[in-house]
Design a binder for this molecule. Structure first.
Ligand SMILES: [Ca+2]
Length: 349
């Protein structure tokens, strides 16, 4: 828009007169410091699939998470890390969930990297990476003596959604950091261009975390709403696109449940999200195995996908504490209801 354009054939940004060069496949504008390094030169790849997972990844550290020591994890294509079984469920559900499968939901939605994208992961004790992780944790906590000993990086790089016919892709990352005692996670949202897979009837993605029985969980605000398209502009640590959590032993919500009504609320809001249907044969076959055979399942030939019949993700632990908790909750609800009725009757009389 100036007369100087008459001379553009004499200019260049690549030392080749008359030529200008740009990288335009992913011209995103994010902080260079948001994402930890990733890619084919560093990482292993999850098998390309719609609803699959990585193989079981045995950790070179004992990882404190949700009050337990963990020795392995899975990177699940649909945007989660899980610590008991792979999660192939593509439909995000409100937290808490009593899955008996602790998980970090980085961006739980119907990712399908058979359409586009790669899902990378690695565990590392690289000194440069540990220094970076140490610095980040010290920035976000009062723990100025923290020294990272181990880092895990999982990156969903330009992944598409199930049934995609567009070029919209998402790039996001989870970083797990521990010194063997404290464990932290960073969720890094570099570029979010979609929130809904076409197979989930318009339910946008969910981000947060959930321990084994749902007694400790967190949901990033905006989850399961269209606002998730803007998550890369949000943060809880004043770093655009980054969310940070301490996850070795986060608060237990049962500590806040001191009245019967709040227990009732928790109980009834939890029930619909429970994904335990052991009578389903397909489910049983998936539940019974943690081997590679159930992590490369593709449902591409069975649209529309049927979440309830094919895709329950985990088992109930053999003990009956969950059942006891439910019975306990029901009893309290009953007592509370009875109390209300007697209270009303007293004033009526
Ligand atoms: Ca999927």
């Amino acid at each position: 828009m100036t007369p100087a354009m008459i001379n553009i054939s004499s200019t260049s940004n690549v030392n080749f007169t008359g030529r200008w060069f740009f990288k335009v496949d992913k011209p995103i504008n994010v902080s260079q410091n948001l994402l930890y390094p990733y890619g084919s030169a560093l990482d292993a790849l999850c098998p390309v699939s719609d609803d699959g997972s990585s193989p079981r990844i045995d950790l070179s550290v004992t990882l404190p998470l949700f009050g337990r020591n963990n020795s392995y994890l899975y990177v699940d294509n649909n945007g989660l890390l899980s610590f008991k079984d792979p999660i192939s469920s593509w439909t995000p559900r409100p937290l808490p969930i009593s899955l008996y499968n602790p998980f970090l939901a980085v961006f739980w939605a119907d990712v399908d990297n058979t359409k586009a994208g790669n899902i990378y992961y690695r565990q590392s004790r690289d000194t440069g990476l540990l220094a970076r992780a140490t610095s980040d944790i010290r920035n976000y906590t009062q723990n100025q003596n923290f020294q990272a000993q181990w880092v895990f990086v999982a990156t969903w790089d330009r992944v598409a959604y199930s049934g995609s016919t567009s070029n919209r892709v998402n790039t996001f990352q989870a970083v797990l950091i521990t010194d063997g005692n404290s464990t932290y996670t960073l969720y890094n949202y570099a570029d979010i261009q979609w929130t809904v897979g076409i197979e989930i009837n318009g339910t946008p993605a969910l981000a947060g975390y959930n321990n084994a029985d749902g007694s400790s969980y967190y949901t990033i605000p905006g989850s399961m709403t269209p606002a998730m398209i803007n998550i890369s502009s949000t943060s809880n640590v004043n770093f655009t696109g980054r969310w940070f959590f301490k996850v070795d032993n986060p608060p237990n919500i049962s500590q806040t449940m001191t009245t019967p009504s709040s227990i009732a609320t928790g109980f009834f809001s939890t029930k619909p999200t429970t994904m335990v249907t052991p009578s389903t044969s397909n489910t049983t076959s998936q539940q019974s195995s943690s081997t590679a055979s159930n992590i490369t399942v593709s449902f591409n030939s069975t649209y529309p996908k049927n979440e309830t019949s094919q895709n329950v993700t985990t088992t109930v632990e053999p003990h009956t504490s969950g059942q006891s908790t439910i019975q306990h909750s029901l009893l309290l609800v009953l007592l509370y209801s009875t109390y209300n009725i007697l209270y009303d009757l007293y004033y009526l009389i």
